[in-house]
Design a protein around this ligand. Structure first.
Ligand code: WT7
Length: 696
């Protein structure tokens, strides 16, 4: 598909989301049932200030002034900021428009209309031209300690150009989609940048997704070229990635779509020679055989600000994963600006984001944002607890990492390993510590601050989403006090609105659904190929507002406390998993007739996956069947979506109209059966006792 067909997709006759299609979310009273520890401990928590001097903002007043202008005059505010980037063609004065109201026409967002730029140019060429070509761009650390690779900005630029030329030689042009299935090698951000350089839309698929999931993503965007790697080692385990791609390409072919070329990067750190990787003649080629012969110079494709940059699939409460589409100019400016302000990132700063480029965090805060700032990025192939929990701090000391950005799940897991592995390392290079992906409990927050940060590093708890593209509610280090467990205040240009179930804004302290009132530069532009679904998912629930799917509280200081998802999305170790997807995977097993999946509180992962399964007559949930069901989910979605607990449900609690009462299932999963609430509307109240009597 080309960029043209995207605009065609947008032109499709516009159907208004009808009644009953409105957003599905838990009622507010139920919010409380899902509150994380962070929110439960909320407003009484003391504010904490550490001595940190932000390089751009001297005080809270500076923030307030800038924030006010960013909301009142976003076009002028972002226009001034955008001047710090290279634009081939200047945007128009009146460059920003948006409509978030489904009753007022098509939902749309535009920033820097009329302008042309290229994000890869701004990430690489700009620094080289300004004399920073010899600054390290990527510091790669292999899974096994002892192997590393350094690439300067000039070197990365040259490799990006070679790959871009190869892509062009395959016939890839502006608007074509390219799929990327790679572990954390330098070649992963390089692949993304090469696509961006020539205006191809990249679709990175986390190298943990199963062949079925890869195939679905390839098919959705018709990616003719796949950039892949042979294998990866994660911890002790070597994983063959190329065979996953082969299967996926086979599935796509079964559905009538042929992948034409697959470029394979031989990952020597995973062990094994090239002979271990079967290659299909004519289709599969090796990176090291192809790329070096291409020129290290490649002209930039100047992109209109609203041209698509990338697609990234994410789970929603219903149906198949959605292809979230981000466009060029606004995404670039917001990725760079949040990186600059939130991490106080400056050229040459050694920065480490532990996220994988397969998720949005790796897009915005590993590839694009830090490179827009000219920072030095650590790219880590392995798992931060291998071979020991001290690995993170060894890497921090080795590269003298200044900003470190990770997820609460890792913090909790490191906390559970005690303090010695931390204290044995120097860590004096650390200046700012970040967290993202799920609510962080105050205990983990304090450990992060006091033990990892020795009480001298500000913590930035950044709330945002795949759809928002960049930080939305986040502390600014040293600018205002933080509170353990609170994402604090909105970033520039972000106008949160906390509403009740009728969409009425709640002023002052309280609790409600977290919405955003006006467009920010990196607003999701559409769901690829399905603008109607985009409007229904995000804008039909509350008139004139973008609905995040999260609940929140706001305290008397105006600080936000994210309480977690209020829809049927579970957040496992900071990864979003749609309950509907896991359910449909489970029912693919011939012995499973029905499944209902809910989240439950998990001490390390934040939430775990709890699956109730109904089986065909005569079957019981024995260990062998549990294994098979788990395998079905692993092979259909990926290992990270495998249920933690399987609970045999001869019957599921349903209303008389056949709707599963998830509230009841959530209570049973979290062992709170004393608070089941009203079950009188159940078609068969007896199923509750049945479920309680056969707890796994
Ligand atoms: C969901 C988005 C955005 C990067 C990684 C996840 C949850 C994200 C926080 C935070 C509390 C958070 C929300 C959100 N979330 N950051 N700092 N505090 N919750 O991206 O996969 O799109 O998931 O992650 O529930 O809706 P994602």
């Amino acid at each position: 598909r080309s960029a043209n067909s995207l605009s065609e997709a947008r032109k499709v006759r516009h159907s208004r989301p009808g009644k009953g299609q409105a957003v599905r979310c838990r009622p507010l009273s139920a919010l409380q049932q899902n509150v994380s520890a962070a929110a439960a401990a909320a407003p009484a928590m003391e504010a904490s200030t550490v001595d940190y001097k932000h390089s751009l903002l001297a005080s809270r007043e500076d923030y307030d002034k800038m924030y006010k202008r960013s909301i009142e005059d976003p076009a002028a505010f972002w226009g001034d900021i955008a001047k710090g980037y290279h634009w081939e063609q200047q945007w128009e004065d009146d460059h920003h428009t948006h409509n978030f109201d489904v009753t007022a026409g098509r939902i749309s967002t535009e920033f820097f209309k009329g302008g042309t730029t290229n994000i890869a140019y701004n990430c690489l060429d700009r620094h080289v031209k300004e004399g920073r070509g010899d600054v390290d761009c990527l510091l790669w650390e292999a899974n096994d300690p002892g192997t590393e690779r350094r690439m300067t900005y000039s070197e990365v630029l040259a490799e990006v150009c070679r790959l871009a030329n190869w892509l062009k030689a395959q016939g890839i042009k502006k608007g074509d989609a390219v799929a990327i299935y790679m572990p954390m090698l330098c070649e992963l951000p390089i692949s993304m940048l090469a696509c961006a350089r020539i205006g191809a839309i990249h679709s990175v698929i986390f190298a943990g997704f199963s062949p079925e999931s890869i195939a679905a993503r390839i098919l959705d965007c018709k990616a003719k070229v796949v950039l892949a790697a042979s294998a990866v080692k994660r911890g002790k385990k070597a994983i063959d990635l190329k065979s996953m791609v082969d299967k996926a390409v086979g599935f796509a072919s079964r559905d009538g779509f042929e992948v034409e070329k697959c470029l394979v990067c031989h990952n020597t750190s995973a062990g094994g020679g090239k002979e271990a990787t079967p290659m299909k003649d004519g289709r599969d080629v090796w990176w090291d055989a192809e790329i070096p012969s291409h020129s290290s110079e490649c002209a930039v494709e100047w992109m209109h600000s609203e041209d698509p940059l990338f697609l990234l699939y994410t789970s929603g409460s219903t149906g198949k994963p959605k292809g979230v589409l981000h466009s060029t100019g606004g995404y670039m400016v917001m990725a760079g600006t949040t990186s600059r302000y939130v991490f106080d990132l400056q050229p040459g700063d050694v920065y480490w984001c532990t996220a994988d480029c397969g998720w949005i965090t790796g897009h915005t805060y590993l590839t694009y944002g830090p490179m827009l700032c000219g920072a030095t990025n650590v790219v880590f192939e392995g798992t931060p607890t291998y071979p020991t929990p001290a690995r993170s701090w060894q890497v921090v000391d080795k590269f003298k990492v200044k900003q470190y950005y990770t997820a609460p799940t890792l913090i909790r897991s490191l906390l559970s390993s005690g303090n010695d592995h931390v204290k044995a390392h120097d860590r004096s290079s650390l200046k700012i510590l970040g967290t993202v992906g799920e609510p962080i409990n105050p205990e983990a927050w304090k450990w992060y601050s006091e033990v990892v940060g020795d009480g001298r590093c500000p913590i930035v708890d950044t709330w945002w989403q795949t759809e928002t593209g960049a930080h939305m509610i986040t502390p600014l280090p040293g600018v205002f006090p933080a509170k353990p467990g609170s994402a604090t205040l909105p970033f520039f240009g972000v106008a949160p609105s906390m509403v009740n179930e009728h969409g009425k804004a709640i002023e002052g302290p309280g609790e409600g659904y977290l919405c955003i009132k006006q467009a920010w530069p990196s607003t999701i532009r559409t769901i690829y190929g399905d603008h109607d679904r985009y409007e229904t998912t995000y804008f039909a629930g509350f008139k004139g507002l973008y609905f995040s799917g999260d609940g929140c509280r706001r305290d008397e200081d105006g600080y936000y406390w994210i309480t977690g998802r209020v829809d049927d999305v579970i957040n496992v170790s900071g990864h979003r998993i749609g309950t509907a997807e896991v359910e449909s995977a489970l029912t693919l097993h011939p012995k499973c007739t029905e499944a209902a999946v809910v989240g439950y509180e998990h001490p390390i992962k934040g939430q775990g996956i709890y699956a109730y399964v109904s089986l065909i007559e005569g079957e019981e949930l024995e260990d062998a069947l549990k294994k098979e069901l788990t395998l079905t989910v692993r092979s259909n979605i990926g290992a990270f979506a495998a249920p933690d607990i399987l609970h045999w449900a001869p019957g599921l609690p349903k209303t008389r109209s056949g709707k599963i009462m998830r509230r009841v299932l959530r209570k049973i999963a979290s062992k709170e059966e004393s608070q089941l609430g009203d079950t009188s509307t159940l078609a068969d109240p007896g199923v509750v006792n049945q479920l309680l009597s056969n707890r796994p």
